[in-house]
Design a binder for this molecule. Structure first.
Ligand code: MG
Length: 395
């Protein structure tokens, strides 16, 4: 069997480490070409010693030096690279079959696009790059003929429920998608109760182990909003055909509704190794290390509509999707800036949605034709939201 040669963008985060866990169970199928990280060079060094990639990429020269020393002292042959150009290089290297895009946030856009443009099989966890570049990203996929497989659990679930003959953009049989949301740690709370929650409380997700940014997004429901936009782009479904339902147990990950009244659901233990193993082996199936559902433990599955009044971020995402142009780019940039400010205790939890809303109100939406325009729109929105945060913090 030919082994799949893999680059992981963001290997020390939750997606990266789950991916390496699955990969380590199938050494006859998978081989690592390159790993990348931002600051966690010690974790990255341990991964290099275990998987022996050709390259390890970081973003900052000082971090690169520390990683180099550490790897040399252990006799590793992995070469250390540094900076965005090198990250693009390991994403588009001709020998690489598969790129796992696990970097969080807008910083992952260029390298993910580089992988798409060179026609790789791309496992997409970085929803921000899709949300910020929108149709531009989709056009790059269509041009290069790359295989784009979602590993965000909901989108992977939808993908698994779609019929084999499903043609994106020209389906009459699929009429609606439902994305379940756990509701996060503040499910059932009122806005007033959430005003003084701490970053630690907001990051304590009941079902999923995730990084801090996405944990806060789950607590505000912005994560589900970004996922609505992601689903609309991936499956070419209009906003009013994508529904969100609160499902606190996180056992059902997606519903696909068909014209004849059938609804298919994707279920499983909430563990990212499930969608990652699915996408790595697609169209086959391999073991992920996760057990199937045990119905003596899983009993009640609950579903209820989301509370848009106390969790306004979800509505903001729907509105941005309907506005079109670069509204979703602005939404994403403002959210990243506001979440960062909240994590650094500069604004309150409930001010995240206010900053995003005010940034959108202070922006004029225009269509984006190039990646430079995407980055300019992203930078503009970050500037507006940073100013709003400063003004807020002074009060
Ligand atoms: Mg998700």
């Amino acid at each position: 069997m030919m082994r799949q040669l893999i680059t992981i963008l963001g290997s020390t985060g939750s997606i990266g480490s789950s991916s390496l866990d699955v990969i380590s169970q199938h050494p006859e199928r998978f081989e690592i070409f390159a790993l990348s990280a931002n600051l966690q060079y010690q974790t990255l060094a341990n991964q290099c010693l275990k998987f022996n990639p050709c390259y390890a990429v970081v973003m900052i020269p000082e971090v690169a030096n520390q990683l180099k020393q550490l790897l040399q002292s252990k006799g590793s042959k992995t070469q250390v690279l540094c900076g965005p150009e090198d990250l693009n290089h390991v994403a588009q290297e001709p020998a690489v079959d598969t790129v796992i895009a696990g970097i969080v946030g807008a910083v992952g856009l260029r390298a993910t696009l580089a992988a798409v443009e060179s026609g790789k099989k791309v496992l997409l966890a970085n929803k921000e790059s899709l949300v910020m570049a929108g149709n531009l990203f989709k056009q790059a996929v269509a041009r290069s003929g790359c295989t784009l497989l979602p590993i965000d659990s909901e989108h992977n679930g939808i993908f698994q429920c779609l019929p084999d003959n499903f043609k994106i953009g020209c389906n009459e049989t699929v009429i609606k998608l439902t994305l379940p949301a756990s509701g996060g740690p503040f499910l059932g709370w009122k806005e007033k109760q959430m005003r003084d929650v701490t970053p630690k409380e907001a990051c304590a997700h009941p079902n999923w182990q995730m990084g801090r940014k996405i944990s806060v997004d789950s607590a505000t429901l912005m994560n589900k909003g970004l996922e609505v936009i992601e689903a609309s782009l991936l499956f070419e479904m209009p906003a009013d055909s994508i529904e969100v339902v609160i499902h606190p147990q996180s056992i059902v990950h997606a519903f696909v509704h068909f014209a004849d009244g059938s609804t298919l659901a994707h279920m499983g233990v909430p563990d990212m190794r499930v969608p990652i193993a699915h996408a790595l082996a697609w169209p086959r199936r391999i073991k992920s290390g996760v057990e199937t559902l045990d119905f003596s433990v899983v009993s009640n599955l609950e579903f209820s509509p989301p509370d848009l009044e106390n969790f306004p971020c979800l509505q903001l995402a729907y509105d941005a999707l309907l506005s079109g142009g670069d509204a979703t780019t602005i939404l994403n940039a403002a959210n990243e800036t506001a979440v960062d400010a909240f994590l650094n205790s500069r604004i309150k939890f409930t001010q995240i949605s206010e900053i995003v809303c005010d940034t959108l109100t202070n922006s004029v939406f225009s269509p984006l034709k190039t990646i430079e325009e995407v980055e300019a729109s992203d930078a503009r929105a970050r500037l507006i939201s940073s100013k709003l945060i400063k003004a807020t913090a002074k009060q």
